[in-house]
Each structure stands twice: as C-alpha cells, then as structure tokens.
Design a protein around this ligand. Structure first.
Ligand SMILES: [Zn+2]
Ligand SMILES: [Zn+2]
Length: 334
C-alpha cells in the first residue's frame, strides 16, 4: 500500500509499505480521509517520545471496512485503544486506561496510523458514519471529542452555568476553534474571547465562531476576568496568561502539550482557589455524543477544514510548521 511515513525530524516520505495483517477481533479499514493533528506535528518536530520514526502517523480517520466483521460499511474510527478490563475501562474513564494506545504511535506498543491506504483497528473502536456527515469531514470527530471532553470537564467544576460564564480560549488551532464552537453553539456561552498570534488563523476562526478574536497582547484580555480559560497550546507563556486572566474561583482547562514544564503562579492558584484541570482525549461516551453533535450539525459549517491529497502530505506538514496555512485543520484524502 501507499503510505506517508514519518522517517525523521521534519521528514515525511510517501512510499510503499506493507499492508496491515488481519488480526483476530480487528478489521482492516480502507482509509478515505485522515486529519493532521497537533500531536502529529509534535512528532514531526521530534518532540514526542511515543512516536519514534519510522512510523505512519495519523489517528483522525474515516473509511470503508475492507476486511472484517462489518465489511463494506462506511465508518469512523475511535483511535483510542484500551484494555476494556481495568478499573478505568470498567467505570467509563477508558481514556485513563494504563494500557491505552492511540493509532499512529509506536511506544510502548506499535500501532501504525491512518496516513496510509489501509489501517487495522479493533472492532469495538469502529463507529458507523452518520448519514448526514460527509466521509471527508468525518475525521474531525476525533478532535471534536477532545474539545467536548475538555469543555464538559470545565463545566462540572464551574460555580455557574457556561451560559453565563466568560470564557477565554488560548489557541486558534482545531482544538481551540472546536472548543469555542462547542462553548458557543452547544453550551450557549455568550462571552468568548479567542486568542492566537497568527492573524490568518484568527481571521478563519472569526468567520465561523461568534467570539472576540484577538492577538495575545490585546486589551480585551483582562487580568482576573475570565470564569474559565482553555489553554489549547500548553506553552509556558500561555499557561502564565491563563493564570493571570482567570478570575478568583475560576477554572483553567489545560489541553496543549507543547512545553512539559515551566514556571506557574502557584501563589495565585492557592490564594484565589483556582481549579487547574489537565485533560486528555475523551471517553467512549464523549465520542458517541460527538458523533451526534456532528450528525445534527450542531457546531455549524465545517467549511474551515482544508483538504490535500495523501501524496501532498509532506508539504501540508511543512505549511502547518511555517504558519503559512490559515486553516485550523488539514485533512488528507487517500
Ligand atoms: Zn488528534
Ligand atoms: Zn483499561
């Protein structure tokens, strides 16, 4: 099969690879569309110790079952593979499973990803593509589930409803825009500010999201002002902005994985009772809810997604790296 293989830092090669073998309890999917995630970009920069080259990246996948139980069905994949036995798996918190692995990773276990013609996946990770959702758009379900999980974790900890809360979203990438869209269109939050240094990105976000779109030094980002702050970037500077602008008693939702550590105002966090929540992936229930949100067009138009061919994948990664691509999401079509 043809695949886009991550072969070294900032290096992707479109080449011939072995087809995945049929394993008991799994199906082979003929991939139709596969989205480029921020975490694929971390790997590309050589900053992800779970994704070591050579490896086929990609975990936001839609396609048609080629071999297996549901052959011929149009599907969308939940790429988070878990043991289904441990305490987390049996209490609806599958995403915290000690044995969890995502497609397109090879540490601790190898699982080739979706930037290829075929991929293997356990049958329980397969969902039927909703009829109202286009195959090429469907990979957006995965990052939408990440955003939904993050928003709902924050919602539970707030002392008032999201509807009446002031929210700041840091980062205008896919997770930032999707978090904003869920806040606005699903949770009816009316005061949203989204911040990104890239003007082109902000321009894209403002076409689809009812929010104030600003650069990080804007006067609209007021200290001690926001009930809830989403840091979808996770850099030291964005974390410091988050703690600076969150209100006493407010909530910080930390999603980004850019800088693993750094300085943080623990004094304010303590004196002002700030809730800091780390969030990763989604539960199976979140994934199902997300399919319902997308099937019913609850987050509006998905025209902000850009598409490229798989064999143009290397240049798509390059453009995301350079910041020359304004779209918050590129999906590769196979
Ligand atoms: Zn992703
Ligand atoms: Zn488990």
């Amino acid at each position: 099969m043809h695949a886009l293989v991550y072969t070294g830092i900032k290096e992707l090669v479109y080449r011939e690879e072995k087809n995945p073998k049929v394993i008991n309890g799994e199906s082979i999917v003929k991939v139709s569309a596969s989205g480029i995630c921020g975490s694929d970009m971390h790997a590309y920069h050589g900053k992800d110790n779970r994704r070591i080259p050579p490896l086929i990246l990609g975990h936001e996948i839609s396609g048609i079952i080629d071999k297996g139980k549901f052959a011929g069905k149009k599907v969308i994949l939940n790429p988070l593979i878990t043991c289904r036995k441990c305490d987390y798996c049996s209490s609806g918190r599958e995403h915290l499973c000690i044995k969890r692995i995502i497609l397109g990773m090879n540490k601790p276990i190898e699982r080739q990803g979706g930037f290829a013609e075929y991929v293997s996946i356990p049958n329980q990770n397969i969902y039927e593509l909703p009829k109202t959702l286009e195959m090429k758009e469907a990979p957006i379900a995965e990052p939408t589930a990440v955003a939904l999980h993050a928003v709902e974790l924050g919602e539970k900890k707030l002392s008032k409803s999201l509807k009446d809360s002031k929210a700041l979203v840091i980062g205008g990438g896919a997770i930032g825009l999707l978090s904003g869209l869920i806040l606005s269109k699903v949770k009816d939050c009316k005061e949203i500010v989204i911040v990104d240094p890239n003007e082109k990105r902000l321009g894209e976000c403002s076409k689809y999201l009812n929010a104030v779109s600003v650069k990080p030094d804007s006067k609209s980002i007021i200290a001690n002002h926001f009930d809830i702050v989403f840091d979808t970037v996770g850099m030291e500077v964005t974390r410091q902005q988050a703690i600076n602008v969150v209100k006493p008693g407010g909530v910080i939702i930390h999603i980004g994985l850019t800088h693993p550590s750094g300085r943080f105002d623990f004094r304010k966090a303590t004196l002002q009772e700030i809730t800091f929540i780390g969030t990763y992936c989604y539960t199976n229930e979140d994934f199902e809810k997300t399919l319902d949100i997308l099937a019913n067009k609850k987050i509006g138009s998905l025209a902000w997604i850009e598409y490229r061919k798989l064999n143009e994948g290397a240049s798509a990664f390059q453009q995301i790296h350079d910041g020359t691509c304004s779209s918050p999401k590129i999906i590769l079509l196979i």
